[in-house]
Write a protein that binds this ligand. Structure first.
Ligand code: 13P
Ligand code: ZN
Length: 269
């Protein structure tokens, strides 16, 4: 028995998570247990689910998140592999609900798999999105090789330096990642400080944020769209690196070409 049985809408969302987990592994972005996914599933929760007993003790989130009162999430399990999650999302992740104190959660289904160690960042970002009235319900953290490599240079950690370079590699990059790439300096993985810095960067109007020398954190309406934004950015980074490997600095699209694209597609400046 699974909580997903006879809940096709909820199952469809979890199936998307499993599909994306498979892509992350295939792309080489998910070594061992690398990366994590959470989705806000509150809109698919019915009264029967609300009446289900917890299968864990209450556990602290590590911070207080008032806008998550009554919210439910699917979370990748800590130390679980994306390649295993792709096959069996409910054995490699779990469904949690936030308790009324907004400082603790409990696991409800299917089995007591402890959520990702990056839960403070994921839940803080969901809290921020709800407070803002955003339609975004999914967050993705992953380790895309070329984007992480860029963050090992101070030059690309400068505000919007990488954004401008990546957008100019291929027109689709700005079209499909119109807010660009925010930069968060190195902080300890899973820390509340990293969570706070991530929200600050998202608040500056980025959907995708780099964690220096670690990975990306992306938000969007659903997990497939969050993945797509990271995918187009990393593709642009690969084009840059391919040109460098051929022995030259790529020209990039000109300012006039970028401006035309921005005007015609109605993209933000
Ligand atoms: P988890 O296995 O706890 O999700 O951690 C993976 C990771 O990428 C930490 O940043
Ligand atoms: Zn990580």
């Amino acid at each position: 028995m699974s909580i997903l049985d006879n809940r096709p809408a909820l199952k469809a969302e979890i199936d998307k998570v499993a599909e994306v987990a498979g892509y992350l592994w295939t792309k080489g972005w998910a070594e061992r247990n690398g990366g994590n996914i959470t989705i806000n599933i509150t809109e698919w929760v019915d009264d029967k689910m609300k009446a289900m007993p917890a299968i864990s003790q209450p556990k602290p989130i590590g911070t207080v998140l008032p806008d998550l009162n009554g919210c439910w999430f699917y979370c990748k399990g800590t130390q679980k592999r994306m390649r295993d999650l792709a096959r069996d999302p409910m054995a490699n992740g779990s469904i949690i609900r936030i308790l009324p104190d907004c400082a603790h959660y409990e696991i409800v289904a299917d089995s007591p798999v402890a959520p990702t160690s990056e839960l403070p960042s994921h839940l803080s970002v969901h809290n921020y999105l709800l407070a803002k009235g955003s339609p975004y319900r999914a967050s993705l953290h992953t380790h895309p090789i070329e984007l992480v490599a860029l963050t090992h240079s101070k030059k690309w950690m400068e505000k919007d330096a990488a954004t401008r370079m990546l957008w100019s590699m291929i027109p689709e990059t700005k079209a499909f990642c119109p807010r660009g790439l925010g930069m968060v300096p190195y902080m300890l993985p899973s820390s509340v400080e990293l969570a706070d810095a991530t929200i600050k960067a998202i608040n500056e109007d980025y959907d995708v944020v780099m964690w220096e020398k670690h990975g990306v954190f992306a938000v969007d309406t659903d997990i497939m769209s969050a993945f797509d934004q990271v995918d187009v950015l990393n593709k642009a980074a690969q084009i840059y690196i391919s040109a460098r490997n051929m022995g030259f600095e790529p020209d990039g699209m000109s300012d006039a070409q970028m401006q035309e694209l921005t005007d015609v597609f109605g993209l933000p400046k």
